[in-house]
Design a protein around this ligand. Structure first.
Ligand SMILES: Cc1ncc(C[n+]2csc(CCOP(=O)(O)OP(=O)(O)O)c2C)c(N)n1
Length: 925
């Protein structure tokens, strides 16, 4: 305790540390220190809480102690307690809600509950690690703490365990008192941006009555904040912002931040507007993305892109992360991750309620998925459609989910734009310093209904009466700037008149001159990455076979264990077998097919990224893309050692998420089309956890937004008696979504087919998502192997002919995937000669010409059968039956499981009985 009399700024950190230790393990400290912290704790404990044995409540409610400690030490302990209390819960009495005239009061921060009496106020105290130590009166201290932590900004940061980060924040928060000291030019710019935002909305409101625009009004401060962000980017080393946001205020952001021209946007609103797509379905205007260069007031360029997004709230979040990661790679910033910043704008109701938000937070520090920190803005208008916060969340704040990753959360009153600008600048600086996310929760309101056709007074009559009376944020800021001497009344009026006038001019021009419209539209087309929609597909491709010497180089690396590397003996043996197979030129298995596709692509300069749960080893222990030394777990990645010049091979075990991870990799594939980007599901069944990404992005983004992706989905699929959730990649769902050549759906049966399919994916001039029902038992099936010649000479075959080429078969069985091997076994075992088996390797786009060509060799067949292992309402049956009928001129017979509510049965015995029956049926039906 003696030390305490010497408490000063140099040992404030020490006191802090002792305090943390005391909280965790009081007995670890000396008795003096224990007594000190007990006093401290009493100082800021609730007076109605159970008193500690050493404390008694006095008649005034203040706490007296009988520790025997001198009064000044008790006072000092309470001072430290008060500092902690304000830092921890000051935000609960910050004035955040613009619709409330007063800030809320939190009794825990009352003088009484902090343990002070009026008589303490003029006593001097030591401030510990607050403002680097020093002395001031208790009155001054409390006033200052109140002003810092309970103004129009509420800050939550004590959830951050890392002292460095907390100290950094304190150094920015406490000396500035969280009172923005912006240069006049920045203040005027904020006003200008808010005015532009307001006038833009009111312009659309009066000119395009009845059209949905999801007005930002009530939250216009967002535009000033985003502008301040872009303005600060160059000095913080940021070259690009990758943004994602939902409907609210999107048009405003597109025009006032991203740089879409007014002409272009107004044209989309005009009655005569027809999108200029000849194919594809397009999308509503408040879903469309855009990208352009933003020029700062200092003449520097920041590239800003806003991602296209569907109505599904928050679904775009992981996509934006993937896009940002791809663009970081483009800019060669794969270590520090400072040049590109993802920015996500959320609604309060969606942010706390949509689970994908938590999934995305969880990606923020993972090696394969981190993007160097995301800035989150919440347009917290205190309502979700008609639902109020009490029905929308169980947490205090809509941002509480962010606390799971220990990042700072700023709550800001949206009627204080200068505070928003200050916090935004601070947030970017923090992100650049620590590579972490930051959350800014802007408390505002929604001036109209959910959209412009919606009457909010049906459900929130009193709230909306209040909102009707509430002044616009531009008025509030104008008054403040006038009061501070930054602006004259005349200047303010002039500014808004000028802007209104220029909008009027643009509007007239748009109406009058169709030609101008076209020119403006063309010149405003985003320059990169967006390709005109053409539902183009070709079965052709550049050759995908590989010269034997190149294959050998790859195979050698894949099967060679480095010297001094102590490999697992089973893996060593497997690699020896693989090398022997390669040398023999036959018996190359599935894993080899995949690894040789990756290896040869890398050899030719194409980078590869594979992501998903446990993909490094592979769920079924077949891949072993990363080997671990058995003595020290040093990793070795054979595919990263193909050649010194090769691009990166990235393989990442992912978090246990489908939605966020598939969204991420889809986003990656959009903005890095030169890379082979694969996502593997643990079992295909789990892909439906990512159904929103499949439906809203992968299958439809080309048609809606002219965005093409070459992502590959590997979905382990096959009926092997493992039960309802380990059998089906739900091929039927993908087939139902097929149209306009949007995706490719495959169910492959040989390693060489996989090799060519993966290589073909990168060798063509167009990109289409590739969905592969990938195998499980076939990974080890002895007859599911390919010859080396299939790699050096072959190409991908959409339909595989029968290798036995039976003469004049009476029956043709069509099938796809693993069941082929079961059929072939029965045919061999029973010496059946009159049946040909054709394999549909690519369901969509289906190469019907090829089927017709193959059938010519089997002229005279009398019956066609579609055999599948999936239930009748699943698998390829519904898709293939009408096509086969058309091609063959006869109805196909169905051989497969009966229609079923669940994809597979739970008993492996029943499975076997069913499987045997359906295979037999294919030959007898
Ligand atoms: C996943 C999903 N569920 C439901 C909806 C329908 N919906 C559209 S906006 C909205 C309310 C959103 O509230 P909030 O997130 O607070 O944003 P705000 O509209 O208030 O800006 C709802 C429920 C949707 N678009 N997406």
């Amino acid at each position: 305790m003696k030390n305490l009399t010497f408490a000063n700024r140099w040992n404030a950190d020490l006191i802090d540390r002792y305090y943390e230790n005391w909280l965790r393990q009081p007995e670890s400290l000396e008795p003096d220190w224990r007594a000190f912290f007990e006093g401290f704790e009493l100082g800021h404990s609730r007076s109605d809480a159970e008193p500690s044995p050493t404390a008694t409540a006095t008649a005034t409610g203040a706490i007296a102690t009988n520790t025997g400690l001198p009064a000044d030490q008790i006072l000092q302990a309470r001072v430290i307690g008060a500092i902690y209390a304000y830092r921890g819960i000051g935000h609960t009495q910050a004035h955040l809600n613009p619709l409330q005239p007063e800030a809320p009061q939190n009794a825990r921060l009352s003088l009484d509950r902090l343990g002070f009496t009026a008589a303490d106020l003029d006593k001097n105290c030591f401030t510990g690690n607050y403002l680097q130590g020093g002395t001031m009166t208790v009155r001054e201290l409390l006033a200052r703490l109140h002003s810092t932590y309970c103004g129009t900004i509420g800050i939550e940061y004590l959830q951050i365990q890392d002292t460095k980060r907390r100290r950094w924040l304190q150094a920015r928060i406490e000396p500035t008192n969280m009172k923005p000291a912006l240069p006049r030019a920045e203040k005027l710019r904020a006003l200008q941006k808010i005015s532009e935002a307001e006038i833009f909305e009111s312009f659309l409101h009066t000119r395009y009555k009845g059209q949905k625009r999801f007005s930002l009004e009530g939250g216009e401060t967002l535009i000033a904040a985003l502008d301040a962000l872009a303005e600060r980017c160059p000095q913080m080393g940021v070259e690009e912002l990758v943004m994602g946001m939902a409907h609210r205020g999107r048009l405003n952001v597109l025009v006032n931040i991203v740089g879409k021209s007014y002409e272009y946007l107004f044209r989309e609103f005009s009655e005569n507007y027809l999108p200029d797509t000849t194919h594809g379905d397009g999308d509503v205007k408040y879903h469309l993305g855009y990208e352009a260069d933003f020029t700062t007031s200092a003449g520097k360029i920041v590239h800003i892109g806003l991602a296209d997004n569907p109505s599904h709230l928050e679904a775009v979040d992981p996509v934006v992360q993937g896009k940002a990661r791809a663009r970081l790679r483009r800019r060669g910033d794969m270590e520090e991750r400072k040049k590109v910043v993802p920015v996500l704008i959320h609604g309060d109701a969606a942010f706390i309620a949509q689970g994908v938000v938590a999934e995305v937070f969880n990606l923020s520090r993972l090696t394969g998925y981190r993007t160097g920190g995301t800035l989150h803005f919440v347009v917290n208008n205190q309502i979700g459609f008609t639902t109020e916060p009490k029905d929308a969340r169980s947490s205090l704040y809509c941002t509480d989910i962010a606390k799971m990753i220990e990042v700072p959360v700023f709550h800001v009153n949206g009627d204080d734009p200068l505070a928003m600008v200050m916090v935004t600048q601070l947030a970017l600086d923090y992100r650049q310093a620590f590579g972490d996310d930051v959350v800014i929760d802007m408390h505002c309101y929604r001036r109209y209904g959910h959209n412009e056709m919606d009457e909010p007074k049906f459900t929130q009559p009193t709230l909306y009466q209040q909102i009707d009376q509430h002044p616009h944020v531009s008025q509030i800021l104008t008054q403040r700037l006038i009061a501070d001497g930054d602006l004259t009344e005349v200047e303010a009026i002039q500014f808004s008149e000028q802007f209104q006038q220029s909008l009027d001019e643009i509007f007239t021009r748009v109406r009058k001159n169709e030609e101008d419209q076209k020119a403006a539209r063309e010149s405003q087309r985003p320059s990169s990455l967006r390709t005109p929609f053409r539902p183009y597909y070709s079965f052709d491709s550049e050759p995908t076979s590989v010269a034997p010497e190149n294959l050998e180089k790859v195979a050698r690396v894949l099967t060679t264990i480095p010297e001094n590397f102590d490999a697992n003996p089973k893996i060593r043996r497997q690699l020896e077998e693989k090398w022997a197979a390669f040398q023999k030129g036959e018996g190359l298995d599935w894993a080899m097919g995949e690894a040789m596709a990756f290896g040869t692509l890398l050899q030719e300069g194409t980078p590869v990224r594979l992501s998903g749960q446990d993909v490094e080893r592979g769920t079924f222990s077949h891949r072993h893309a990363v080997l671990y030394d058995v003595t020290n777990r040093t990793p070795y990645v054979p595919l990263a050692n193909i050649s010194p010049q090769q691009p990166r091979f990235c393989v990442h075990n992912s978090s246990l998420s489908e939605y966020a991870i598939l969204g991420f990799d889809y986003g990656y594939s959009l903005d890095y089309p030169e890379l082979l980007c694969l996502w593997e599901a643990q079992f295909g069944d789990f892909a439906n956890g990512a159904q929103v990404i499949i439906d809203q992005f992968i299958t439809s983004s080309e048609s809606k937004w002219q965005r093409t992706s070459g992502i590959v989905l590997l979905l382990p699929h096959g009926y092997e008696g493992q039960g309802p959730e380990h059998s089906s990649g739900r091929v039927e769902r993908f087939l139902q979504a097929c149209a306009e050549n949007n995706i490719q759906v495959c169910n492959l049966t040989t390693p060489a087919q996989l090799f060519h399919a993966l290589r073909r994916q990168m060798k063509r001039t167009f990109r289409k998502p590739l969905i592969i029902m990938s195998p499980k038992s076939l990974l080890r099936r002895k007859d599911c192997v390919s010859k080396l010649a299939d790699f050096t000479e072959g190409r991908f075959q959409e339909v595989l002919d029968d290798p036995l080429q039976p003469k004049s078969p009476k029956r043709i069985i069509f099938c796809s995937g693993k069941v082929y091997y079961d059929l072939n076994t029965v045919r061999n075992d029973n010496n059946i000669r009159n049946t040909a088996i054709l394999r549909v390797e690519q369901f969509y786009p289906l190469n019907t010409d090829l089927i017709q060509r193959l059938l010519k060799n089997y002229a005279g067949f009398e019956k066609i059968v579609w055999c599948q292992e999936e239930p009748r309402n699943m698998g390829g049956w519904a898709f293939m039956a009408p096509i086969l009928e058309q091609i063959c001129g006869m109805k196909p017979v169905y051989a497969g499981r009966k229609a079923s509510a669940s994809p597979a049965c739970g008993s492996s015995n029943v499975h076997k009985i069913e499987q045997d029956a359906l295979v037999e049926h294919a030959f007898n039906a």
